[in-house]
Design a protein around this ligand. Structure first.
Ligand code: THG
Length: 366
C-alpha cells in the first residue's frame, strides 16, 4: 500500500518522537493528527496490553475548553446527559447530538470547575459546532483548543507504573474521576479512564514541551514491568464493546441506536440541543441497534461497511471486525435491525472476500 504524505494538516503530537523511536508500524489519522495503530502486530500488542503495561499517545483526544460564566450552560446544551449532579473532579461519557438527535461525537467531559470544562473529543470537528452555538446564542464563554495532550497508561501494571512516577496517591483515584498531580513542577490532570477494558489512567499533559520528558520518564520507570509503547487496540476494544465514532456510529445514528441510551436523561437535560427529537425516539425505542457479532472464517480488514443479509434482504451492517485470540473467531460490531437483533440470530455478511456466517450475541466479550 502507498504511504500518506506528511504535512502540516496531519499534525504531529508532543509524543510523536517517542512513538517513532518505539518503532510504530502503522498510523491512522484522527482529529487531523497522527494516531498510532500498530507497534509490533495487532495481536502481539493485544497480548502485551492484557499482561503488562503500555503508554499510549492519545493526544488525538483533543480538548475543547469551555471557560466563563456560561460554560456550564453551554455544556448542558451540548449533551442529553443530565449534568446537574456532576462535581468538579468527575469525568462523564457524554453523547453529543445535533438538532435531529444525530450523534456528532461521543467525548469524555471533565468538569474542572463550574466555569471551566474540557471536552475530550472523538474524531469529528466538534470545536466548530461548539463555537457556533456559543456565538449564535451570544454566550459569555471562551471556546478553544488548549495545548493539552492526553497520554494513556493502560494494562494490569498501570497502577504500579503510575505510582512510581506520580506517587502512591494515584492509586486512590476512582474510575472516571481525576485529580491534579505534579510532574517536574507542572500540574496535570490524571484520570482513571482510557480506551481499553484493562484499567489504567489518562494524563492530560499540559504543554507540548512536557510531552517527551514524561514519555521518557514512564518508559524508564517501567523497564522491569515490560512497559512498551502501545495504542488503542482493535481486538481489545471490540471485545470490550468500546465504540468508535465515524466507524460504528455517525450523524445518521441516535444515541439509543448506539446503545448509549443509558447516558441520556433527555427528560431532565433542560436546554439540550436535540431534546425534542430524542424524547420522540426514546419513547418509540430504536428500530436498529449496535450488537456484538461473531463472524466465521478468514476476513479482510474492514474499511467500509459490510451489509448484513437475511433471506436476501439487508438487515444491518458490520462496522468493525477483528480476529480474536480469546473468542477463537472474529469479533465484530454491527448495527442490526430489530427484526434480527435477538441473541442467537444467524445472518450472513457480504464481505469483499465473499459471504460469511454471522451470529448475533447478547453481550460483548469483556
Ligand atoms: N478518553 C478520553 N477521551 C476520548 C476517549 C477516551 N476521546 C475519544 C474517545 N475515547 C471517545 N469515546 C469513548 C468511548 C468509550 C469510553 C470513553 C470514550 C469509555 N467507556 C467505558 C465503557 O464503555 O466501558 C465507560 C463509560 C462509563 O461508564 O461512563 O471509557 O477513551 N479522555
Amino acid at each position: 500500500m502507498a504511504t500518506i504524505a506528511p504535512s502540516r494538516r496531519i499534525r504531529r503530537t508532543p509524543f510523536t518522537e517517542g512513538v517513532e523511536a518505539a518503532g510504530v508500524k502503522v498510523y491512522t489519522v484522527y482529529n487531523h493528527m497522527l494516531l498510532p495503530s500498530v507497534f509490533r502486530s495487532v495481536e502481539e500488542d493485544y497480548h502485551h496490553l492484557k499482561s503488562a503495561v503500555q503508554v499510549w499517545d492519545v493526544a488525538v483526544e483533543r480538548q475543547i475548553e469551555l471557560r466563563g460564566p456560561d460554560a456550564a450552560r453551554l455544556m448542558q446544551m451540548l449533551t442529553p446527559r443530565d449534568l446537574r449532579g456532576m462535581l468538579p473532579g468527575q469525568c462523564y461519557y457524554v453523547p453529543i447530538v445535533d438538532e435531529t438527535g444525530g450523534m456528532l461525537n461521543d467525548p469524555v467531559a471533565l468538569k474542572l470547575a463550574e466555569d471551566r470544562w474540557w471536552i475530550s473529543i472523538a474524531d469529528s470537528d466538534l470545536l466548530l459546532w461548539v463555537k457556533g452555538l456559543a456565538y449564535g446564542y451570544r454566550l459569555d464563554v471562551l471556546v478553544d483548543e488548549p495545548d493539552v495532550s492526553p497520554l494513556a497508561v493502560q494494562g494490569p501494571h498501570a497502577d504500579e507504573l503510575m505510582a512510581r512516577v506520580f506517587g502512591d496517591a494515584v492509586r486512590a483515584i476512582k474510575f472516571f474521576r481525576f485529580g491534579w498531580f505534579d510532574f517536574q513542577g507542572v500540574s496535570m490532570a490524571v484520570a482513571r479512564s482510557g480506551y481499553s477494558k484493562q484499567g489504567g489512567f489518562e494524563i492530560y499533559v499540559d504543554g507540548t514541551k512536557n510531552g517527551m520528558p514524561l514519555w521518557n520518564t514512564l518508559m524508564e520507570a517501567g523497564r522491569d514491568l515490560d512497559v512498551h509503547a502501545g495504542c488503542p487496540n482493535l481486538i481489545e476494544r471490540i471485545e470490550g464493546g468500546l465504540l468508535s465514532y465515524g466507524s460504528d456510529m455517525t450523524r445518521e445514528n441516535t444515541p439509543h441506536e448506539c446503545g448509549l441510551g443509558k447516558f441520556c436523561s433527555t427528560q431532565t437535560a433542560i436546554g439540550c440541543v436535540g431534546r425534542d427529537a430524542l424524547l420522540r425516539v426514546a419513547k418509540e425505542g430504536p428500530t436498529q441497534q449496535i450488537r456484538p457479532l461473531e463472524i466465521e472464517g478468514d476476513l479482510p480488514s474492514l474499511d467500509t461497511v459490510w451489509p448484513l443479509i437475511a433471506k436476501g434482504k439487508r438487515v444491518g451492517q458490520v462496522t468493525s471486525s477483528a480476529k480474536s485470540p480469546m473468542a477463537g473467531t472474529n469479533v465484530a460490531i454491527g448495527m442490526v435491525r430489530m427484526t434480527h437483533w435477538d441473541e442467537g440470530t444467524t445472518l450472513d455478511v457480504d464481505t469483499p472476500d465473499g459471504k460469511r456466517a454471522v451470529l448475533v450475541r447478547e453481550n460483548f466479550w469483556i
